[in-house]
Design a protein around this ligand. Structure first.
Ligand code: C2E
Ligand code: MG
Ligand code: MG
Ligand code: MG
Length: 280
């Protein structure tokens, strides 16, 4: 294998690069096939309203059932789908499917759909969303679009105009992974948002680190004074739940309440809920 000298190290490095490139190419090829073969599925994770402990809605999380590798995480393949232009048709399918499924849920439960920065900037987005609403009959205010701060890095007219057009349709906009980007606070002033999702990295370390807890608390009170609901992501323990409730977060999401699950399994979640059984 690689010798300890510089040359050997370099060759080892070259080989690793080569393997990475090949893996990436293979993923691209497989992704193309996946779109035509229908290997994608939407999973749903409950979001709990802490005022009444009811399910307020579900976030949809994309899953790829790879024929050989099993389930592949969206964080691995979405960037590749973006680079290869495959995300536009896939993104349309996600929005339509999510609206179609949410239209069958009880009450006014919402469905939250993630939008990547490339999706957000694509030309047909507003049309895709309004078409999905019309086709499914879902009330627009039950659709929530999650965007991250990186969408707003390109602080241009088009970004602002798209946000306004979406809101004019009646859909809601949530800022995902809040606190991980740059100058989050100025975004809150310049763009119309309906909800803040506090990134799970802060929640995870909240019990051990005073600074993380302080961040969660300040975002929650910021949300309260701006009249915006704040969702704490990544709640896994009862202690974390107690802390975010004390901090004043209005909603919670995480494995403690339920993992992302296929649509057909939601039926049981919703039925259990009706009988007053805990979700997780
Ligand atoms: P995100 O939108 O911030 O989603 C939250 C991620 O945290 C999900 O990972 C979810 O499964 C995971 N999670 C939820 N509760 C817990 C918890 O208690 N503990 C831990 N450790 N993790 C938890 P997932 O499903 O792998 O998705 C990763 C990211 O991929 C998402 O982050 C989102 O940015 C992106 N993504 C997922 N689905 C879609 C999609 O349909 N379209 C687009 N454009 N992006 C998507
Ligand atoms: Mg939530
Ligand atoms: Mg999200
Ligand atoms: Mg998030």
């Amino acid at each position: 294998y690689a010798k300890a000298d510089g040359r050997g190290t370099f060759r080892f490095f070259e080989q690793a690069m080569d393997e990475q490139l090949q893996a990436r190419r293979a993923l691209e090829v497989d992704l193309r096939k996946a779109v035509t073969n229908g290997e994608f599925e939407l999973f749903y994770q409950p979001q709990i309203n802490l005022r009444d402990d009811e399910i307020a809605g579900f976030e949809t999380l994309l899953r790829w059932h790879h024929p050989e590798r099993g389930i592949i995480s969206p964080s691995e393949f979405i960037p590749v789908a973006e680079d290869t232009g495959l995300l536009s048709s896939l993104g349309e399918w996600i929005i339509e499917q999510a609206c179609r499924e949410a239209a069958t849920w009880p009450r006014d439960m919402h469905v939250a759909v993630n939008l990547s920065p490339v999706q957000f900037r694509s030309r047909g987005l507003v049309q895709t969303v309004s078409r999905a609403l019309a086709l499914s009959g879902l009330a627009p205010q039950r659709l929530e679009l999650e965007i991250t701060e990186s969408v707003l890095l390109q602080d241009n007219e088009m970004t602002v105009s798209t946000l306004h057009q979406l809101r004019r349709l009646g859909v809601r906009i949530a800022m995902d992974d809040f606190g991980t980007g740059y100058s989050s606070l100025s975004y809150l002033r310049s763009f119309p948002f309906d909800k803040i999702k506090i990134d799970q990295s802060f929640v995870r370390e909240m019990s051990q680190r005073a600074d993380c807890l302080a961040i969660v608390q300040s975002v929650a009170s910021l949300g309260a004074s701006l009249g915006m609901p704040t969702v704490a992501e990544g709640i896994e323990t009862e202690e974390q739940l107690r802390q975010i409730e004390a901090a004043g977060c209005t909603d919670a999401q995480g494995y403690y309440f339920g993992r992302p699950r296929p649509a057909r399994e939601l039926v049981y979640t919703l039925a259990a809920l009706k009988n007053g059984v805990k979700v997780a």
